[in-house]
Design a protein around this ligand. Structure first.
Ligand SMILES: Nc1nc2c(c(=O)[nH]1)N[C@H]1C(S)=C(S)[C@@H](COP(=O)(O)OP(=O)(O)OC[C@H]3O[C@@H](n4cnc5c(N)ncnc54)[C@H](O)[C@@H]3O)O[C@H]1N2
Ligand code: MOO
Ligand SMILES: [Mg+2]
Length: 668
């Protein structure tokens, strides 16, 4: 049996949801619970009489937080909106009618109006759930009715024998020296284990580490409603309800949900840069389309050999006036320029440097006789038809990226392709949040507490460099209405919305509850075991224009955390949306140039990877101080060192040891 019972107190009331000050039952229930030293109120929230929200919250509290006891107040009466019993009943694995009767029996002695309560109770998983009416008086009476037997009930719901409590209730201690039963031991370990899970530590271990990835949704769907938008600060959560999930799990949670955008026909021009082809391109024209000279000189018949020849034709690189080539007979040569069409019958070209002028016209405008000095081989200095690209040849493959280097656009242009089918390019929107944040180019002196917005310029620059389109959504203050409106604007126009700030534990950190309560978002994770970037949040949100849900990354406000998580999650997601097959950053193993102390969280240190004169790859941190607020630690970084979390066996990486580094920019 656990020594502390972790309790959730949930107020279910439209009125209290609108005006938290109107909620008196919730706080009084909290006080009653906390008057018992063995209970800790771990979570409180105030939610509307909404079937879905009730179910989400209760499910999350039972399954994800694994609370011992969930007490709800409100929504059990006859009111048209009262739906607590209807929402809670289907969630219960087993009902506990005895508890309900006990409460009823006590209440009915006090007032016949108790008959108007439709309260239910039961067990979900290992959590006992009791629904109380929504008045402080009823809450008090109901709680007192069951207070004495609650610890026993909780213990039994957890699989315990309840012996210890039973004895306590009966007043008889266990004789000393008697070991706890196997069930009690199990109950204790389970309780400890679930406590750990509730706080997000080692959840993965419970499932054997990597095997738990596909549990991620259930694990992460801790309802942010439990953060209670509008909950007074004194009743905010004191522990994050979001499990700290491992990085690999977070990455697959994101990438599994990124579906490449549909394809569109686009003209062949610079707008294709970075686009991913969604078709094979087959040449319908040959390059070159005619037999062309590679040199300036004379088209000859190779078998004629060196000697003096009359110049009977001229072929300057240009469209032929009648569409046909001239003809060369044995013993004749033709003057030709580089790219000029070879006369019929010519088999080679001799460069002008290997010839002598024998005779010209009187006015000097024509060469009449030229001596060929060099012997040439058949085919010399000629580009045959299709020698670069043949008709029917597949020049570009589906999935290939049109690079900024120019090769792909050049090839497409050379064969006259007018349009190609490419994946649509995603648009990403950036919203900075925070009452303290002002535009970076605001010329005014900062007031106390204000900071310049460095996140948007940073992320926009990185987006431009990666070749993606973006929308600047500006800065939203920490007000639910402003945040909701700004995010909605982003969702209407962007495939991905990135916000920064407001995702941690402060009372102004409103992003998560707004996402769930106002925007119908599903939060897939809200915390990651990583440094920087612990509160990184990822959600999918219904697409206001229909179709694929929008992706939303609520990144931490700390500038380095925002930048690092942008590189680790958002850019790969953008690449996958755009159809890239290789969307993750490439990595190299590099020898660390200095000792690196490991943090308890796996860390992504900003670093410079370079190739030494000896040809080995080394990596150096940009800065000893790698604090998340310290943007100078990003200066000059071309990579992120992937450092494992500290363990009892290993607390540092020594100079010379190799470590994986993600290459987020060109090698230094
Ligand atoms: N009690 C706890 N507090 C914090 C925790 C925690 O686990 N428990 N996590 C810390 C970690 S780790 C991070 S990272 C930050 C994340 O904070 P938020 O995402 O909630 O962001 P804010 O509180 O809004 O701002 C944090 C910090 O960043 C500055 N900021 C915000 N926006 C910008 C911007 N656009 N440009 C430049 N700087 C910005 C802001 O002024 C704050 O200094 O939470 C810790 N707290
Ligand atoms: O995770 Mo935070 O980004 O360490 O500072
Ligand atoms: Mg914060």
């Amino acid at each position: 049996m656990s020594s502390t019972f972790r309790v959730g107190v949930l107020t279910i009331s439209d009125t209290a949801f609108q005006d938290p000050a109107a909620d008196i039952s919730g706080p009084s229930l909290c006080r009653l619970v906390e008057a018992e030293p063995r209970y800790t109120v771990e979570v409180t929230a105030c939610i509307p009489d909404d079937h879905k929200v009730i179910q989400k919250t209760v499910t999350a509290w039972c399954d994800d937080l694994d609370l011992h006891l969930v007490l709800t107040t409100g929504g059990t009466g006859f009111g048209v909106r009262d739906c607590t019993p209807e929402a809670v009943l289907p969630l219960l694995d087993r009902q506990t009618p005895g508890i309900s009767h006990l409460i009823f029996a006590k209440s009915i002695q006090i007032t016949p109006f108790a008959a108007l309560s439709r309260a239910v109770s039961g067990i979900r998983g290992q959590t006992l759930v009791l629904t109380f009416p929504g008045s402080p008086k009823a809450v008090k009476e109901n709680f007192e009715a069951v207070a004495k037997m609650l610890p026993h009930a909780i213990d039994l719901a957890r699989g315990g024998t309840g012996k210890k409590i039973h004895e306590k209730m009966q007043g008889g201690p266990r004789p000393s020296g008697v070991a706890p039963t196997a069930t009690e031991e199990k109950s204790q370990t389970e309780s400890l284990h679930s406590h750990g899970q509730g706080h997000g530590h080692g959840h993965g271990h419970g499932h054997g580490g990597h095997t738990c990835f596909h549990h991620s949704d259930r694990e992460a769907k801790t309802d942010a409603a439990s953060l209670g938008l509008g909950t007074p600060v004194s009743r905010r959560l004191r522990k994050s309800p979001y499990p700290l999930i491992p990085m690999e799990q977070a990455l697959s949670s994101v990438m599994d949900r990124v579906v490449p955008l549909p394809s569109v026909q686009k003209p062949v021009d610079g707008s294709l840069i970075g686009a991913v082809l969604d078709e094979d391109v087959v040449a319908v024209e040959a390059v070159p389309g005619y037999r062309a000279s590679i040199l300036d000189g004379y088209a000859v018949i190779d078998t004629d050999g060196p000697g003096q020849y009359p110049v009977t034709a001229v072929s300057i690189a240009a469209a032929s006036s009648d569409g046909s080539a001239t003809t060369l007979l044995p013993g004749q040569i033709a003057r030709i320029t580089t790219g000029g069409a070879l006369p019929e019958g010519a088999t080679a070209v001799v460069m002008v440097e290997d010839t002598l002028l024998v005779k010209s016209s009187e006015d000097g405008t024509r060469e009449e006789t030229v001596e060929i000095l060099a012997k040439v081989r058949k085919g010399e200095a000629i580009r045959e038809i299709g020698s670069d690209i043949q008709v029917g040849q597949t020049v570009l493959k589906k999935g290939q990226v049109i690079s900024a280097v120019g090769g792909e656009i050049g090839v497409l242009a050379s064969i006259g392709v007018q349009k190609v089918l490419v994946r649509q390019r995603p648009v990403v929107g950036f919203l900075s949040t925070g009452n303290e944040v002002v535009n970076h180019d605001n010329g005014e002196e900062l007031k106390m507490g204000q900071i310049r917005d460095s996140n948007r310029p940073t992320l926009i620059a990185a987006t431009k460099a990666a070749g993606f389109d973006f929308l600047d959504l500006g800065i939203a203050p920490d007000s639910p209405e402003d945040l909701e409106a700004a995010i909605k604007g982003g969702l209407a126009n962007c495939d991905i919305v990135v916000t920064t700030g407001g995702v941690s534990m402060g009372e102004m950190d409103l992003l998560k509850p707004i996402l769930e309560q106002k925007l119908g978002a599903t939060i897939h994770f809200g915390r990651i075991m990583m440094k920087p970037g612990k509160p990184t949040t990822f959600a999918t949100v219904p697409n206001p224009n229909g179709g694929q849900p929008r992706l939303l990354f609520a990144l931490p406000g700390n500038p380095v955390s925002a930048a690092v998580t942008f590189h680790l999650f958002v850019l790969p997601a953008l690449r996958k949306l755009a159809g890239y097959e290789k969307y993750m950053w490439p990595s190299v193993q590099a020898a660390v140039a200095h000792d690196v102390r490991l943090d308890e969280r796996p860390e992504y240190q900003r670093a410079v990877v370079s190739v030494t004169p000896e040809g080995t790859i080394k990596v150096q941190s940009t800065d000893k101080n790698q604090m998340s607020s310290r943007m100078v630690s990003m200066l000059g970084a071309n990579s992120l060192m992937v450092l494992p979390g500290r363990t009892a066996e290993r607390d540092s990486v020594s100079t010379g040891q190799k470590i994986e580094c993600l290459l987020i920019s060109n090698l230094g």
